[in-house]
Ligand binder design. Structure first.
Ligand code: TXA
Ligand code: MG
Length: 302
């Protein structure tokens, strides 16, 4: 049984204690719920992959309470410092070179010499990270390939019994995952559109290249985590129809926040044969929404 606790100071202290002892804790962030483990504990992180049923050791994001804590583990470039000043705490993840003395277990980053780091803005997540006092590895708290969770109930749908505790901080306000940008090479590359828009990033650091998404789930991960079929509800998904609106008033922020819950809620309706989605503008948060929908609609792998 998974303990479900409201995000009180006592519950957060208890969850931090469990994390330090190597247990798995799910917690809310501003983007989606994360499945957390002490990132410096290789056994605990291995159990995250097991709980999610992740086919590859796809690298995880290390979460920190402050930019200073993150930059103690990775080497920030000038762009990274600028982006941290502009968007942290918030829905941005930066891929940067690990420092030689980085205490984060290699399995967290799937053995790469880079590490993805993020400072979430949600007060409950920040309190948990501060109380834990270690980097916390946290992928989205769903079974591999399924829709990311934006409520505690979504987390329990997939992971009940596989995690010690879930800190219930209510629905996630952003509703899509963080934007992932690779700053480890000479030019910044967008690996995953997300809660911070490409336009906002480019306003701070200039042009950002678009990473090529991985289309074959069975090839090794070149730019990891970009599997074509992902975020899949059980029902098939068809794009560009006229019957499903994420936001009746065409508001992309509202649409992003409603996306994953919308996909899940259709799975729960008896007698439906598919999910149809109206076109979403390819700008701002629309980039992240279309990315998730395209992969939800992609042919399902074996
Ligand atoms: O909003 C979020 O980012 C949520 C919350 C819980 O923080 N987390 C999340 O984690 O979405 P996950 O594991 O579902 O997605 C992490 C993404 C994957 O696409 C992964 O391949 C990529 O980040 N990633 C992680 N480390 C990387 C690295 N060193 N190089 C390239 N990509 C990396
Ligand atoms: Mg995920």
């Amino acid at each position: 049984m998974t303990e479900r606790l409201p995000a009180t100071p006592d519950a957060i202290a208890h969850a931090a204690d469990l994390l330090r002892r190597g247990e798995l804790v799910a917690f809310g962030t501003e983007t989606v719920y994360g499945l957390g483990a002490d990132a410096t504990n290789a056994d605990a992180v291995a159990r995250v992959f097991e709980a999610k049923g992740r086919p590859h050791f796809n690298p995880l994001i290390a979460h920190y309470p402050t930019a200073a804590a993150a930059f103690a583990d990775v080497e920030p470039s000038d762009f990274a410092r600028k982006l941290a000043a502009a968007f942290w705490p918030g829905a941005l993840t930066m891929v940067l070179p690990r420092r030689a003395d980085c205490p984060v277990a290699l399995i967290t980053g799937a053995g790469l010499d880079t590490l993805a780091v993020r400072v979430p803005s949600h007060p409950a997540a920040r309190a948990l990270l501060a109380a834990t006092g270690r980097a916390v590895a946290a992928p989205s708290a769903n079974r591999s390939g399924r829709v990311s969770p934006t409520t505690a109930a979504h987390v329990l749908d997939g992971l009940d019994g596989r995690i010690a505790v879930i800190i219930d901080s209510g629905p996630c306000p952003v509703g899509v995952e963080s934007t992932v940008i690779d700053l480890s090479g000479s030019d910044p590359v967008l690996l995953r559109p997300g809660g911070i828009t490409l336009e906002a990033l480019e306003a701070v650091i200039g042009p950002v290249q678009r990473g090529a998404p991985i289309v074959d789930a069975h090839k090794p991960l070149l730019a990891p985590g970009m599997l074509a079929s992902h975020y899949a509800p059980n029902l098939p998904v068809r794009l560009n129809a006229t019957s499903f609106q994420l936001s009746a008033r065409g508001d992309l922020v509202e649409a992003a926040a409603a996306l994953f819950d919308g996909l899940r809620s259709f799975d729960a309706v008896a007698g439906l044969s598919g999910i149809a989605v109206v076109p979403i503008p390819q700008q701002g948060l629309g980039l992240a929404i279309n990315d998730r929908l395209t992969r939800a609609a992609a042919p399902r792998g074996a």
